[in-house]
Design a protein around this ligand. Structure first.
Ligand SMILES: Nc1ncnc2c1ncn2[C@@H]1O[C@H](COP(=O)(O)OP(=O)(O)OP(=O)(O)O)[C@@H](O)[C@H]1O
Ligand SMILES: [Mg+2]
Length: 389
């Protein structure tokens, strides 16, 4: 287990780059540190192998404060994949992978055996790649070597700083899958820095969202998606990824703001004209309170107009308010989707008027708006499957 306790970091006594940060990472977990550029991800990660020293606070690994430990020994026991691949260009793939085993004085045979095993693990043929130089590899292959190298001395902890960020999306996905496969075999404790929320969601057991040197939220991906702690996290996750449950979707999110309506002083002829023009059967009768504010009075449907026998005239004297029905249902804009569904089915109404706290009309919910939102709230992965189908 790794524990960061009240860690702060300043450079030259200036602003706090890391500000009183607490983090507990359990053995065998993959943790993603995510946040905007400059928020302190790399710094946080580097403090775990003391490439950066905290200005204050403690870092415990298995209960032991590492601050005063033997740094060389510590680093050899923590794998590190740096932000840019960082293979040594003048060394072969094999030599790169065997760097730490060599420092640990493993004999040549054992080192080569390990290299071969790791190359196979990252899906590269050792016979082809062992003696190559980094510049003879593609970006994705270099990144695989970077991972192999971090695993070489069998460290329990691996730090990975944006290991896949320079890769094209396809290679990136392949390497993410590879990492998950490796992790299911080796169960390392991995701290993984990324800019990419999709990547974090895919690979991490828990995600720490960072901003200005602080962790704003640290939780399982689905919890962060379901319950982002504040607006910044919501923004960072992106609306399209938010995992909405029906309780989280409100009438005001579903409603359409534009719908067919007519002022109570309008004529029946005008009402019929609007119905025809907009191809609707329901017209809401409203009264203007002030600019941009309307109250609902009733509803007009062809049924209400049965008694109107002058269908084809332009008679302006018949007002809609004399024909309208007052039977309509409304919900408050903050009612959730479940309430709306219940009302729709209990009262057997197709259209529901949405009112704000001043009882002004703000929108309309129709069966189509419900269908749209139902397709939206299914998790994005399901959406992909549907698209493929
Ligand atoms: N040696 C240093 N001296 C002074 N400031 C530094 C030093 N190293 C990093 N910083 C500052 O600390 C802040 C955090 O840097 P860090 O590298 O941890 O960010 P990051 O979240 O990893 O960003 P990125 O996503 O761009 O890699 C930045 O504002 C950076 O300028
Ligand atoms: Mg960084």
């Amino acid at each position: 287990m790794i524990e960061l306790r009240k860690i702060s970091k300043t450079y030259n006594g200036k602003d706090k780059i890391i500000d009183n940060l607490n983090l507990i990472i359990n053995e065998g977990e993959i943790i993603a540190l995510i946040g905007e550029s400059g928020c302190g991800k790399t710094t946080t990660m580097k403090m775990i192998n003391l490439l950066e020293k905290p200005s204050s606070g403690e870092i415990l690994i298995n209960g032991i404060n590492i601050i005063n430990s033997n740094i060389t020994e510590l680093r050899r026991n923590i794998g590190y994949v740096i932000q840019k691949v960082g293979l040594f260009p003048h060394m072969t793939v094999g030599e790169n992978i065997e760097l730490v085993p060599k420092l640990k004085k493993w004999n040549k045979e054992k080192r080569k055996e390990k290299s071969y095993e790791l190359l196979k693990l990252v899906d590269l043929d050792p016979e082809i790649f062992y003696n190559r130089y980094p510049q003879e590899l593609s970006g994705g292959q270099q990144q695989r070597i970077g991972i192999a190298r971090s695993l070489a001395a069998d460290p329990k902890i691996i730090l990975m700083d944006e290991p896949f960020s320079a890769l094209d999306p396809l290679t990136r996905e392949m390497l993410q899958d590879e990492l998950l496969k490796i992790q299911s075999e080796l169960q390392k404790t991995i701290i993984f820095v990324t800019h990419d929320m999709d990547e974090a969601i895919k690979i991490a057991d828990k995600i720490a969202v960072m901003k200005d040197g602080k962790i704003l939220q640290f939780d399982r991906p689905e919890q962060i998606l379901k319950n982002p702690k504040n607006e910044y996290i919501e923004f960072f996750i992106g609306k399209e990824r938010l995992w909405k449950t029906p309780e989280m979707v409100l009438a005001k999110d579903i409603m359409q703001k534009k719908f067919a309506k007519i002022n109570k002083e309008g004529s029946v002829a005008k009402a019929i004209e609007i119905m025809k023009e907009k191809s609707v059967e329901t017209l809401f009768v409203v009264e203007k309170i002030r600019e941009g504010s309307q109250k609902i009075l009733g509803v007009i449907t062809p049924k209400n107009l049965k008694s109107y026998d002058n269908f084809f005239s332009n008679d302006k004297s018949n007002k809609v308010k004399e024909y309208m029905s007052e039977k309509y249902i409304s919900v408050d804009e903050n009612s959730n989707m479940l309430d709306v569904l219940n009302i729709m089915s209990a009262k057997n109404f197709r259209n529901i008027v949405v009112l704000n706290s001043l009882e002004e009309v703000v929108g309309l919910i129709t069966p189509t708006s419900m269908l749209n939102i139902i397709s939206e709230i299914s998790p994005s992965k399901d959406k992909e499957v549907n698209e493929i189908e």
